[in-house]
Design a protein around this ligand. Structure first.
Ligand SMILES: O=C(O)CCC(=O)C(=O)O
Ligand SMILES: [Fe+2]
Length: 735
């Protein structure tokens, strides 16, 4: 049985293959010449007083300046590490299923984790597995058959001795009574984390362990000789070279708070190894849950808080954002964000604001900092300026979205929006917010929304389907397009319940509407929604282009678009990523062609090609009327999906096969909704080729948008095909 977690499948299921690699984090700088301070602990016990003092000073300086240091001559026998790493390896070598299933004792929680199910961007995904457990739990393990418990107990005893010494020394310098740590070093709430890193096939932008700070007082890390740990200093990532026999020590958030910000809890990360596996063992010294953290001197930078409070906030952060950060420390701050930031980031160039200073440490920091102070408009406006001025640096960070994609930037069709193809996925809720009328269906914004939806697992998008359909249904005044009773009922049913995926079926059954009908209704809704979306896209591109004014006379039904070519091209683009740019390029190309009069010729040629295809002739003879005839015949018209259209040019595709028998594995090949009049139903029943089921609906009959904006549909070929493709794939798979 394989021991390696299924990272690749999991990663692809979250991000798909189309998502562009994010490049939000800067590369590592070479460490030659930069050396992490090495503290010789033997000087604390064996030397003269002056040597001891120098050693203490070195450690304190390192904790202030780096937040990291290495310790040698710590007195832990080599064999202890060897035994511990042997157990470590044995643990991870067990089958994946076993690791996932196992509860190590009755009282212990599942403490094995891998990947990151909460990740919303590839940079939040850790290519590692970890076993994470408190000492109290480990010591309650039954250990008849193996050495695990005994080895851990021995290891912890040794490392705790070193940790205690370090905490006392550092605490002493910041007015922490040495008794304080005695209690802590009962170690009931401290924990051990065994990490195993795997080579990552998704490129260098995916981490072995995502950037984070530790919530502990201090962390003591033992690692093998592979390397990969990096820390952030002065805005740059610096590699920590493994040093045999040395332990790496870093300051955690609790010590930063307890020391009133004197010691730094520094962000660190792990780069996955190139082609080997890497093991590390981190021991986190933590207080009891109820221990209150407060600097004993004055003035205090942070308010008093309990470790439990902090941990809970931190876990919420990871769940909500996929990121663990030490922004929390800021939140507990007593001083204003500005004062805090300016104290924390000492190298603030004169005249710079605190947010700019924060951004020099990490752009993410500034952006996330602002979200911690939602009511602070000064901070918000600083960050807005910052994001807009440094959009190229910040464009990959989803948190930057509200600062450069705004109703205002949409209104002025700002060049900032050109950065959207680089932005990692935001949350689904945020994406749906962009479908509201304030964003006017801007093509780039629309394409981004679609890419975001596509990047999430289907079940997660399903959950938001009612909201999606609703957002898309807005008409130009922002009011909902009139809807029929049945679909209102379904949507309400779904919306009013926070249903689980497997409950959808039951829910639909409870509406007592036959399943087939539900499908049709939703597809009908979808086609309306689709139209509404297209209209908005079209309106925008139309109003933004002088050339587009000329398109009015060419605007006909959807059929005049070159779906045969673009449908497939867009699908490929969607897989490659960068689809927005491609969409935009095609839009411009089309505008140019339209402006030069080439458009008409093109459509003519396409019509001509179709006429020569026997299958399309058959189609024409049934329901596929020409655009002009359609308009001439009044309000009704018949339309097919882009994919279906592309089928007509392919003689191998089953034109005569029913919708239900169309190939479900591929792109959906259903007819999009068409008028549902009794007359039509009757005539379709009489039709010799009744096996072709077409869903008949009225298209936009009740909508005032229809007549006045139909002409605005031109110019959105690529986005339209893309949207259509995506929504239909989606619906076909879910309904
Ligand atoms: O494995 C490493 O080098 C670092 C581990 C780490 O930072 C952690 O487990 O918090
Ligand atoms: Fe860490």
């Amino acid at each position: 049985m394989a021991s390696r977690p299924p990272f690749e499948t999991h990663f692809s299921s979250i991000f798909g293959s189309s998502f562009p690699r994010s490049t939000s984090d800067e590369p590592t700088v070479q460490t030659s010449g930069i050396k992490l301070p090495v503290i010789d602990l033997s000087h604390l016990t064996n030397g003269e007083e002056v040597t001891r003092k120098r050693c203490v000073k070195q450690m304190v300086e390192a904790a202030k300046e780096w937040g990291f240091f290495q310790v040698v001559n710590h007195g832990i026998p080599k064999e202890v590490f060897e035994m511990m790493f042997r157990e470590d390896k044995k643990f991870f070598d067990r089958s994946f299923n076993e690791k996932v299933r196992e509860k190590f004792s009755d009282s212990s929680k599942h403490c094995y984790r891998w990947g990151n199910p909460n990740a919303t961007s590839p940079t939040q995904y850790s290519f590692s597995e970890a076993f994470h457990i408190t000492l109290a739990e480990i010591l309650s393990f039954s250990d008849e058959g193996n050495n695990f418990r005994r080895t851990v107990a021995m290891y912890v005893q040794e490392v705790a001795r070193v940790a205690h010494m370090i905490c006392e020394i550092l605490g002493n310098q910041v007015k922490v009574n040495s008794k304080y740590f005695e209690n802590i070093f009962a170690l009931q709430n401290s924990f051990l984390r065994l990490n195993k890193y795997h080579p990552c096939v998704f490129g260098s932008q995916v981490f072995g362990l995502v950037p984070h700070t530790d919530t502990s007082f201090i962390t003591i890390l033992a690692q093998d000789q592979i390397g990969g740990l990096e820390l952030k200093k002065n805005g740059q990532w610096i590699g920590v070279k493994p040093c045999s026999d040395a332990l790496t020590v870093n300051i955690g958030d609790m010590f930063q708070a307890l020391s009133n910000g004197v010691y730094q809890s520094v962000r660190h990360r792990v780069i996955p190894p190139a082609n080997v596996e890497r093991l590390s063992i981190a021991f986190f010294i933590c207080p009891y849950q109820e221990t209150e953290i407060e600097f004993s001197g004055n003035p205090k930078k942070y308010r008093r808080f309990s470790f439990r409070e902090y941990k809970e906030q931190s876990e919420r952060d990871v769940k909500e954002t996929g990121l663990s950060t030490n922004f929390n420390v800021v939140e507990w701050s007593l001083t204003s964000s500005k004062a805090y930031a300016s104290k924390l980031f000492l190298k603030i160039p004169k005249g710079d604001t605190s947010m700019v200073a924060a951004a020099t440490v990490d752009p993410c920091f500034a952006v996330s900092l602002a979200s911690r102070f939602p009511a602070n408009i000064v901070v918000k406006s600083e960050v807005r300026q910052l994001v807009q001025a440094h959009i190229v640096d910040l464009r990959t960070i989803p948190e930057a979205l509200p600062y450069f994609v705004t109703p205002e930037t949409v209104e002025e069709n700002s060049a900032l929006l050109q950065q959207l193809p680089h932005l990692a996925a935001c949350s689904i809720t945020q994406a749906l917010g962009l479908l509201t009328p304030a964003y006017k269906g801007h093509p780039r914004v629309m394409a981004y929304v679609l890419r975001v939806l596509e990047s999430y697992p289907r079940e997660r998008v399903t959950f938001f389907m009612p909201q999606l359909v609703q957002s898309l249904r807005y008409d130009k005044g922002g009011e909902s397009v009139q809807e029929d009773g049945a679909s209102v009922k379904i949507t309400k049913e779904i919306k009013n319940r926070r249903y689980k995926n497997d409950e959808i079926e039951k829910l639909l059954r409870r509406t007592q509407i036959p399943r087939g009908k539900v499908t049709k209704l939703l597809l009908f809704r979808l086609s309306q929604a689709n139209d509404a979306l297209f209209l908005r896209c079209g309106r925008l591109s139309h109003s933004n282009s002088a050339a587009a004014a000329k398109t009015k006379r060419y605007s006909v039904s959807k059929r005049s678009f070159d779906f045969d070519k673009n449908g497939n091209a867009d699908k490929a683009d969607a897989e490659k990523g960068g689809e927005e740019e491609e969409a935009e390029r095609q839009i411009h190309q089309r505008r140019r062609r339209v402006a030069s009069g080439a458009e008409e010729t093109d459509s003519e040629q396409r019509r001509e090609r179709k006429r020569r295809t026997p299958s399309s002739e058959r189609e024409d003879s049934k329901s596929y009327r020409s655009g002009s005839r359609e308009r001439g015949s009044g309000s009704r018209r018949v339309s097919r999906s882009p994919e279906r259209r592309s089928e007509t040019t392919n003689p191998n595709n089953g034109i005569g096969s029913s919708v239900n028998s169309s190939n479900n594995n591929n792109i959906p090949a259903k007819f999009v909704s068409v008028p549902a009049t009794d007359k039509e139903k009757r005539s379709s029943n009489n039709n010799a080729d009744a096996s072709i089921k077409r869903v008949a609906v009225k298209r936009n009959v009740a909508s005032p948008r229809c007549s006045s904006h139909q002409h605005e549909r031109i110019g959105m070929t690529a986005t339209r095909v893309y949207v259509s493709y995506l929504l239909k794939v989606y619906f076909n798979k879910h309904i």
